[in-house]
Design a protein around this ligand. Structure first.
Ligand code: 3PG
Ligand code: MG
Length: 386
C-alpha cells in the first residue's frame, strides 16, 4: 500500500476518509476515541500545507436526504475542541467544496447520499473528483464496500493509506502473524453464532482461548454443565464441542469458568449469587464469571506473550456483574506481552476500568477488527493494495 509519506501534500486538495462514527447521545459525543485517533492524520495534512477535507459516515441513516439525528455536527464540535480551531461542517458538498491550503472542513455524513451503500460508481467518481489526493484512514469501515470506501479508493487520482490504518494493520499483524507465545485470545459477547468464524480462526492460532458472556454458556453446555435459565445457543452446542476437541487436539485449551455469578432477573439492580459451575438453579441466569474463575483466567492472561481481546466476560454495565470483566481488563493491562483490544463493548469496558494507557494497542474498529482476525480480505485494503 502507498502511504501518506510517499505523497506530496503541499498545496494539494486532500480528502481524508476517516471513521468518525462516534457514539452520540442528546447531541453530545459520548466517546471521543475515534475522533482522537484521527487527529494525527489531520494535523499531518494541515502541517504539510494541504487544503483538507475530512469525510465520514455516522450511524445508519436512510439515504437520500439530510437528517438532523445523524448529522456530524456534534463530531465537528468535538473535533474543533480537540484541535483548538473551529471546524466548518459543509452540508452540501458533493458538487464541490471551497477550501484553501491550511484550511480544514468536515463534510456532512456521507451516508445521506443516495448510492453510498450500494457502492455506486458514479457517486464514487464525484467524491474522487473533490480532491487531488485521497488519504484513506477509515480502518473501522474497511470491511464495507461502499462508495466512500472501496469505490472512492478505486476512482481517486492518488490514493494512499493513512497512518491510523497503517497502525491498525501493523498491530493486528503483530498479534496474528507470528505472535509471542503463549498467545491468549479473549472472545466475549452474547452469541457464538456472531463470533463463530472468529472462534474458528483463532482456535488454530492460540494457546488459550478464553470465552465469555453468552458464548461461554454455550461452551458450558457443550462441556456437559447445566446452565439453568442462562442465555445460550442450542444449535451451536455441537459446534462448541467440536471447537473444544480441536483445541485439545493441538495442545491448546478453552478454559471454562469453575464458578459463576447468577441472578434471577436481567436487571441493573439484580443481586449476584456465586455458584459453582453446574450448580446454577433453573430460574437463574449466569451474568458474570465467579471470583475463582476470574483469578485463574487473569493469571493466564498476565502470563501471555500476546493477548487479543474482543468482548466482555459478563454484563459489566450492571454493578453486581462488572468484576469478571474488570479483573480480566486489569490482567490485560498488567500483562507484559503485546496486548491488543478491539470492538465497541471492549472499548467501553476499557474506558470504564481506566486501563486504556496500559494496553499496547486499542483498535478503533469493531466489525473490521473481527473480519481481519477471521482472515477475511477487507475490500478497502484490497483496493488500496491494488
Ligand atoms: C462501525 O462502527 O463498526 C463502523 O463505523 C462501520 O459502521 P457500520 O457497521 O454501520 O457499517
Ligand atoms: Mg459495526
Amino acid at each position: 500500500m502507498k502511504t501518506i509519506d510517499q505523497v506530496d501534500l503541499a498545496g494539494k486538495r486532500v480528502l481524508i476518509r476517516a471513521d468518525l462514527n462516534a457514539p452520540i447521545r442528546n447531541g453530545q459525543v459520548t466517546s471521543a476515541a475515534r475522533i482522537k485517533s484521527a487527529l494525527p492524520t489531520i494535523r499531518q495534512a494541515l502541517d504539510a500545507g494541504a487544503a483538507v477535507m475530512v469525510m465520514s459516515h455516522l450511524g445508519r441513516p436512510e439515504e437520500g436526504g439530510f437528517d438532523e439525528a445523524f448529522s456530524l455536527a456534534p463530531v465537528a464540535g468535538k473535533l474543533g475542541e480537540l484541535l483548538g480551531r473551529s471546524v466548518k461542517l459543509v452540508r452540501d458538498w458533493i458538487d464541490g467544496v471551497e477550501v484553501e491550503a491550511g484550511q480544514l472542513v468536515l463534510l456532512e455524513n456521507v451516508r445521506f447520499l443516495e448510492g453510498e451503500k450500494a457502492n455506486d460508481s458514479h457517486l464514487a467518481r464525484k467524491m474522487a473528483a473533490l480532491a487531488d489526493v485521497l488519504v484513506f484512514d477509515a480502518f473501522a469501515a474497511a470491511h464495507r464496500a461502499q462508495a466512500s470506501t472501496e469505490g472512492l479508493i478505486r476512482h481517486a487520482a492518488v490514493a494512499c493509506a493513512g497512518p491510523l490504518l497503517m497502525r491498525e494493520v501493523a498491530s493486528l499483524q503483530k498479534a496474528l502473524a507470528s505472535p509471542e507465545r503463549p498467545m491468549v485470545a479473549i472472545v466475549g459477547g452474547a452469541k457464538v453464532s456472531s463470533k463463530l468464524t472468529v472462534l474458528e480462526a483463532l482456535i488454530d492460532k492460540v494457546d488459550q482461548l478464553i470465552v465469555g458472556g453468552g458464548i461461554a454458556n454455550t461452551f458450558l453446555v457443550a462441556a456437559g454443565y447445566d446452565v439453568g435459565g442462562s442465555l445460550y445457543e442450542k444449535d451451536l452446542v455441537d459446534t462448541a464441542r467440536d471447537l473444544i476437541r480441536r483445541a485439545e487436539h493441538k495442545g491448546a485449551a478453552i478454559p471454562l469458568p469453575v464458578d459463576v455469578l447468577t441472578a434471577e432477573r436481567f436487571h441493573e439492580d439484580a443481586h449476584a449469587t456465586i455458584r459453582d459451575t453446574g450448580r446454577v438453579h433453573k430460574e437463574e441466569m449466569i451474568l458474570d464469571i465467579g471470583p475463582e474463575s476470574a483469578r485463574t483466567l487473569a493469571a493466564i492472561v498476565r502470563g501471555a506473550g500476546t493477548v487479543l481481546w474482543n468482548g466482555p466476560l459478563g454484563v459489566f454495565e450492571f454493578e453486581a456483574f462488572h468484576s469478571g470483566t474488570e479483573t480480566i481488563a486489569q490482567a490485560v493491562a498488567d500483562c507484559e506481552g503485546f496486548t491488543l483490544a478491539g470492538g465497541g463493548d471492549t472499548i467501553a469496558a476499557i474506558e470504564k476500568f481506566h486501563v486504556a494507557d496500559r494496553i499496547d494497542y486499542i483498535s478503533t474498529a469493531g466489525g473490521a477488527f473481527l473480519e481481519y482476525v477471521e482472515g477475511k480480505e477487507l475490500p478497502a485494503i484490497r483496493a488500496l493494495s491494488d
